[in-house]
Design a protein around this ligand. Structure first.
Ligand code: SDX
Length: 428
């Protein structure tokens, strides 16, 4: 029996269908609300609005649950394989051995950039923001891959996905090398995804950067934990752009721009800047919390709080554990980790944070691991984008394959001037 919702508007009562998801989430279907009543709904920030039905990622914010195609993310910790998770997200099932081998072979084949693309990096200032370069170069990629502006079948889509997922690594590494005046390092076909990225970042023509297995696993896991997160700001942007039938590359380039914001993926940079300020003595954890609670300060406890999680972000829990493992493997001590722990402890005892159910989110500890890997601070959000790319691709494909998809075009409530006449210049 499907529920319905009764809406009484003046002397009109209408019934609206209720949609129930596979995990029991309920939504009132207002598809015909305006046609039936002339009314629209109003929900700035879309905190109460479902934009689509999706079978990719499930989040239970109250319980702190995150599952990719039904698999709890905790189950990817022991043998992290980012490329396998990327395939699972995009195609909705576990790849068979030969499918994963084929996909991995495509990623190896597609790792190099077109030689002409390399000259584009010289057009950027050496201190250009890496997220600006990433967004620009993903769009540039579409100029070199025109055949991927439409897909005949899943095989063509898999090739386009492999090109994007593979080349985004090379673009990111080359933007770093350019910023440091270092030579570009060609991808090494003998290396797997994460090791090849670190090779392109840190090898030199005369010395290969060796990647310990534990570090390769840690980077696979960091990317997995960022891989998808249902209808977050950047994913909704990818869907919005894709809903106009814009191509996959343009949609993902737009997603990079949305992710850049400090309230979203840019928070991982802001967390480290906040912890560094404390480490340098400019701020105590107590002062930091005081500012975060003062609305007039304009300051927020970065890496804390979430629109959906009103419990621990399960990714933060895993990343916090990974910090110890990665730092121990590398023999690194990072004072910022101790400060982060202290900050978390104080915040979780503070009524302001407890009442508002503000917990550490994915960005609170991720930066500690990236620092240990010697990823520069201004590339932390690029790492988030590399991780999130398979999720964007999966969400774009789900919408693209949906025959009922319509262009996204929200309504508004107009609050501007009512009808008035043009005023000639000599009467103003
Ligand atoms: C990501 O959506 C996703 O899934 C995103 C993401 C993904 O994987 O795609 O999980 C990745 O973006 C994680 C979030 C990274 N951003 C930050 O860490 C920035 C700091 N956090 C906040 O700005 C905030 O918590 C947001 C942006 C994450 C969520 O904002 P909401 O849901 O709009 O919450 P809100 O601003 O309405 O806050 C509710 C209350 C307010 O206080 P009151 O008006 O009720 O008194 O909580 C307060 C806020 O002032 N609050 C904070 C706070 N976060 C919320 N106060 C201090 N510090 C904070 N961090």
């Amino acid at each position: 029996m499907t529920d319905t919702a009764k809406l009484i508007l003046g002397d009109q009562t209408i019934e609206l269908p209720v949609i129930v998801g596979t995990e029991g989430e309920k939504a009132i279907d207002i598809t015909n609300l305006r046609a039936k009543t002339g009314y629209i709904t109003y929900d700035p920030g879309f905190g109460n609005t479902g934009s689509c039905k999706s079978a990719i990622t499930f989040i239970d914010g109250e319980k702190g649950i995150l599952r990719y195609r039904g698999v709890p993310i905790e189950q990817f910790v022991e043998h992290p394989n980012f490329i396998e998770v990327a395939w699972l997200l995009i195609f909705g099932r576990f790849p068979k051995k030969e499918e994963l081998e084929r996909f991995s072979a495509l990623l190896t084949e597609y790792a190099p950039l077109h030689e002409a693309m390399k000259h584009h990096f010289e057009g950027f200032p050496v201190d250009a923001p890496p997220m600006a370069i990433l967004s620009a170069m993903i769009n540039t990629l579409s100029c070199f891959e025109p055949q991927f502006s439409k897909f005949e079948d899943d095989e063509a889509f898999e090739q386009a996905a492999a090109k994007l997922i593979s080349k985004v690594r090379t673009i990111a590494a080359y933007s770093y090398r350019r910023s440091r005046g270092l030579p570009f390092m060609y991808p090494d076909p003998k290396r797997r995804y994460c090791s090849n990225f670190l090779h392109m970042m840190f090898s030199m023509p005369y010395s290969d950067y060796e990647v310990p297995a534990e570090i390769e696993d840690a980077l696979n896991l960091v990317l997995i934990l960022h891989a998808d997160h249902e209808q977050n700001c950047s994913t909704s942007t990818v869907r919005m752009v894709g809903s106009s039938r814009a191509n996959l590359f343009a949609s993902c380039a737009a997603g990079v721009c949305a992710l850049w914001g400090p309230l979203h993926g840019g928070a991982n940079v802001a967390v480290i800047e906040m912890l560094e300020a404390m480490h340098k003595g400019g701020l105590t954890p107590e002062q930091c919390l005081k500012m975060a609670k003062d609305k007039d300060s304009g300051f927020r406890l970065m890496g804390f709080g979430h629109r959906v999680y009103k419990n621990f972000d399960p990714r933060a829990r895993i990343l916090k554990e990974q910090c110890d493992k990665v730092l121990a493997t590398l023999g690194v001590k990072d004072p910022l980790l101790d400060i982060a722990r202290k900050l978390e402890e104080l915040a979780l005892q503070d009524p302001y944070f407890v009442e508002r159910k503000l917990y550490p989110n994915v960005d609170f500890y991720s930066g500690i691991i990236m620092r240990a890997l010697k990823i520069p601070l201004n590339m932390f959000t690029v790492m988030f984008a590399i991780g999130r790319l398979p999720g964007w691709i999966a969400q774009w494909k789900e919408q693209h394959d949906d025959p009922t998809n319509r262009i996204a075009r929200p309504r508004q409530i107009y609050t501007g001037p009512t009808k008035r006449d043009y005023v000639p210049m000599d009467q103003r």
